[in-house]
Ligand binder design. Structure first.
Ligand code: BES
Ligand code: ZN
Ligand code: ZN
Length: 579
């Protein structure tokens, strides 16, 4: 069976379970088991298996090449006439539905035609071709699901990877906790007009229908992890989900550390957050060895607070329920790790994920308490709601000092302030490396899950050094709250810290914050020039949720920036600078 994506899991014996969000058992099967591993891709030359099809149409009324090759001329004419009568303009995402117009049993009874905009005759830039297909495919399959289609053929339109992503993301629905009658119906998708393996020569075609499925399934997995309520997604549940997700993938090792290991390693900053909860903490460590042995890894670190009540510095009740998603960074890191390993990319990756709840209790950390982090720095915890940076501090030090990665990226729902700055459109990137920034920027453009660069500037550290009892305080001035959080984290990256022996440029580094007028690149420093570890902190608290519910956006937890991180990994796997 080729390229069949199932959005249903009714029985576990089928060989091609790809997506399922319906119940606990089904969620565990949320992985591609037999995704056409032989890569022998066939054009789908018959439409008779489908009860619905999505076709793309350009502004001039023409259907895509993939469709016009496949359906009889009289049907093409008929569709074009109908489109004209319906007043369609052919704008991207405009849709018309037709019923029983095929004139033969081989043609599905439900046809959705979706506008693709102007026909650029394959002269689109790749990101544009991807986005057109993504949007149109999502709109098409969602409309067909509404009218009961169960087996949908999807025209690959302007880009097969984009079409697979759009359809798969658009059909996502978190239904596992609803009763049957309230669930969205189950849908299978298959591509129409996918190119054959032999015809693929250009780099452009490295992104295929199958890669699109993997990217989108990974993001759907992150959405599901983040959307799952905190009583169903404790640190223990999280590690079980990830073990199950990764269990059949080659070159992957999953290590789960518990509290004793965390104590042995002196991760008191992480412990200070976990101690208020009765749920046991976990420290998840994932290794993927797709590259040559001994080659430096890419390191990913994810904030895994499965519920953030604020602790003793309790949050106000409005929207506190959203804090079930405070493990959005962990969800994106582990799901991107799944995508990277499933694609079999030729790189080494290590991912670390500190997981705990942040709760108030008689055993919880109190404002004013002081702890010593793994790297020896003492931290006064002035506000227990600034807990993300406390758990990441130890994870960042452990990961950077143990695995010596060429690049280290953390992903975290770290600050409410980043929503004020960027809203839900961009994830913020704070980095010391121009090269790393460029790679992330381009990846976000390809996926349309974009990044915006923010300053990683020593000037923001000042307000964190005001403690009378410790090296650092965990909260500083309110202004630039996201930038203050970012510079706090940098203090725990081995090789970048300003106050330990492994940095002999302390004074110079600190001077940079003294208000000199310098160019933004100089101000931000450059890891490559200075031969330091490349570090990026991604604050995606704003991008954690979306209020949109159309196209491939589904209201709720977004699972971002999972696809951008997979794309980033795919990109650096071809670049010697990142090995
Ligand atoms: N998890 C929150 C940040 C957050 C807010 C994520 C909204 C997603 C949506 C984080 O732990 C937090 O509470 N940060 C505080 C920091 C402050 C106390 C310095 C915040 O943003 O208010
Ligand atoms: Zn918090
Ligand atoms: Zn938090």
């Amino acid at each position: 069976m080729l390229r069949k994506a199932f959005y249903n899991i009714k029985n576990n014996s089928s060989s091609t379970f790809i997506c399922s969000f319906y119940n606990k058992t089904q969620i565990r099967n949320n992985q591609i088991v037999s995704l056409n591993n032989n890569n022998n891709i066939r054009n789908n030359s018959s439409l008779s298996n489908f009860d619905g099809v999505v076709f793309g149409a350009y502004k001039d009324g023409s259907l895509t090449n993939s469709v016009s090759k496949l359906i009889p001329e009289n049907l093409q004419k008929n569709i074009q006439e109908q489109l004209q009568f319906s007043g369609i303009k052919g704008k991207l995402g405009e849709i018309r539905l037709f019923y029983g117009i095929g004139g033969s049993e081989d043609i599905p009874k439900k046809i959705a035609v979706v506008g693709l905009g102007t026909n650029k005759n394959n002269n689109d830039e790749e990101f544009q071709a991807l986005e057109r297909a993504r949007k149109a495919a999502a709109i098409g399959v969602r409309s067909l699901r509404e009218i009961g289609a169960k087996n949908i053929g999807v025209d690959v339109m302007t880009h097969e990877h984009g079409a697979a992503e759009g359809a798969t993301l658009g059909l996502y629905s978190f239904d596992s906790l609803k009763s049957e009658k309230n669930r969205k119906s189950l849908v299978n998708i298959e591509p129409i007009g996918v190119s054959s393996e032999e015809s693929k020569s250009s780099v452009k075609e490295e992104l295929t229908w199958n890669t699109g499925l993997i990217y989108a399934i990974a993001q759907n997995n992150a959405r599901k992890l983040a959307e799952t309520p905190a009583n169903h997604m404790t640190p223990t549940h999280f590690v079980e989900e990830i073990k199950s997700l990764l269990k059949d993938i080659s070159n992957v090792e999953v290590i789960v550390h518990d509290k004793e290991w965390v104590i042995e390693n002196g991760m008191n900053s992480f412990l200070s957050v976990a101690k208020g909860s009765i749920e046991p903490l976990k420290f998840l460590e994932l290794h993927y060895k797709g590259g040559e042995e001994g080659k430096k890894p890419l390191a990913l670190v994810g904030k895994g607070v499965t519920f953030d009540s604020g602790g003793i510095s309790l949050k106000p009740p409005a929207k506190m329920s959203e804090m079930k998603g405070d493990m959005g960074g962990a969800a994106a890191v582990s799901s991107a790790f799944y995508g990277i390993s499933k694609l079999g990319l030729p790189i080494n990756v290590v991912a670390t994920i500190p997981l705990c709840e942040n709760m108030p209790s008689g055993r919880a950390t109190k404002p004013g308490d002081v702890v010593k982090a793994m790297n020896g720095k003492s931290i006064e915890i002035d506000n227990t709601d600034a807990e993300g940076r406390l758990i990441l501090a130890d994870a960042l030090y452990y990961t950077s000092s143990t695995f010596k990665p060429h690049s280290l990226i953390d992903i975290a729902t770290l600050t409410g302030a980043i929503f004020i700055s960027l809203g839900e459109i961009y994830s913020a990137v704070f980095t010391n490396s121009k090269k790393l920034w460029k790679k992330l920027l381009n990846s976000g453009k390809i996926t349309n899950d974009p990044f915006w660069r923010m300053p990683l500037n020593e000037g923001y550290i000042k307000s964190l050094k005001k403690s009378t009892v410790a090296d650092l305080v965990n909260v500083g001035e309110r202004g630039g709250g996201s930038c203050v959080a970012a510079i706090f984290l940098k203090e725990f990256v081995s090789g970048l810290t300003t106050t330990t022996e492994d940095n002999n440029n302390n004074e110079k580094e600190e001077e940079k914050g003294e208000g000199r007028i310098i160019s933004i690149d100089e101000e931000l420093g450059d890891a490559d020039k200075e031969k330091k570890i490349r570090y990026a902190h991604i604050d995606m608290a704003g991008a954690m949720t979306t209020s949109k519910d159309s196209g491939y956006d589904v209201k709720g937890m977004t699972g971002r920036p999972t696809r951008s991180i997979i794309e980033f990994a795919r990109n650096i796997s071809k670049d010697q600078d990142f090995q």
